[in-house]
Design a binder for this molecule. Structure first.
Ligand code: SF4
Ligand code: SF4
Length: 279
């Protein structure tokens, strides 16, 4: 079984507690307007449009497939700008064992691994296999997920997952469809399921004033989560929209005022949440 990997970041201090290696998978089952890595949304369709744009000849078309030669790439990202399909030619199909081989070198310096994307849950078998290897090596395991697959159906995966950092893009279904193209029923079901299992490590909300009413969404999300025992320990991350990396048709959205983010934080604090991070 293989998964398509966009890249592996050897060290990160922002993808869960401590220093971690992060594996970014390719492909996503949502299409968020404010996506900061839009080139990770789809798999390469091998159309070949980007091949000629590469200044170093790192891309070749061979037998109807685009071949990426990492040793010739200077990471100028011209190919990504050219691609109209929300994809990247700079990906690699990898087994769990191959991914873990890239993690191993960092073991003395990291607390754990985090799988992200794109959307890591598109590859549940590979992630489970990878987490088994990570656990054997004494590493902690976190998923950064949009919660669009039913976690209930993957007990094996959850057994080896220490926690999920879940996006609740917004609480109101109508707005969720506007932002992502999909309803949030499954996301909320997963939030409840993970909270009951004590595996809801973090809830992330990107605040975009041009797309939905942030304060109302944060309030409703807080009220929803506080039904679960131990909710105080769920870390909440409120992320201010910023235009970096966003597709140009959505880059004009405004960044929220610090004051309104502070209001949201204080609302959650009053509900009893202990850790609220504004970024
Ligand atoms: S990022 Fe690499 S593969 Fe893409 S155009 Fe630049 S050199 Fe070529
Ligand atoms: S990365 Fe995009 S432009 Fe390049 S071959 Fe794949 S689909 Fe075509």
């Amino acid at each position: 079984m293989k998964a398509v990997v966009n890249h592996i970041l050897p060290f990160s201090s922002v993808d869960g507690p401590g220093n971690r290696t992060v594996i970014f998978f390719q492909g996503c089952n949502l299409d968020c307007k404010y996506c900061h890595n839009p080139e990770t949304r789809n798999l390469c369709g091998h159309c070949g449009d980007c091949v000629k744009s590469c200044p170093t000849g790192a891309l070749l078309k061979r037998e109807n497939k685009v071949v990426y030669q990492k040793d010739k790439c200077v990471d100028c990202d011209t190919c990504i700008k050219v691609c109209k399909q929300g994809a990247s030619p700079k990906t690699k199909e990898m087994t769990a064992k191959e991914i873990f081989a890239a993690v191993k070198k960092q073991i003395p310096f990291i607390r754990g691994i985090t799988v992200s994307g794109g959307e890591c849950s598109l590859y549940p078998q590979v992630v489970e296999e990878l987490f088994v290897l990570a656990k054997e090596a004494g590493l902690s395991t976190l998923m950064d997920s949009n919660g669009m697959i039913s976690f209930k159906e993957y007990p094996g995966l959850l057994q080896y997952t220490d926690g999920v950092m879940l996006d609740i893009k917004c609480f109101k279904e109508k707005d969720h469809i506007k932002i992502t193209g999909h309803p949030n029923t499954m996301v909320l079901e997963n939030a409840a399921y993970l909270a009951q299992l004590n595996k809801l490590e973090e809830v992330r909300m990107v605040i975009v004033p041009d797309l939905y009413e942030g304060k109302e969404s944060v309030k409703k999300t807080g009220e929803f989560l506080r039904k679960f025992p131990g909710f105080e320990k769920i870390r909440i991350k409120l992320i201010a929209f910023r235009p970096m990396g966003v597709r140009k048709e959505y880059a004009h959205y405004k960044t929220p005022e610090q004051e309104s983010l502070e209001e949201m934080r204080s609302l959650l604090q009053k509900m009893g949440f202990e850790t609220i991070i504004l970024i």
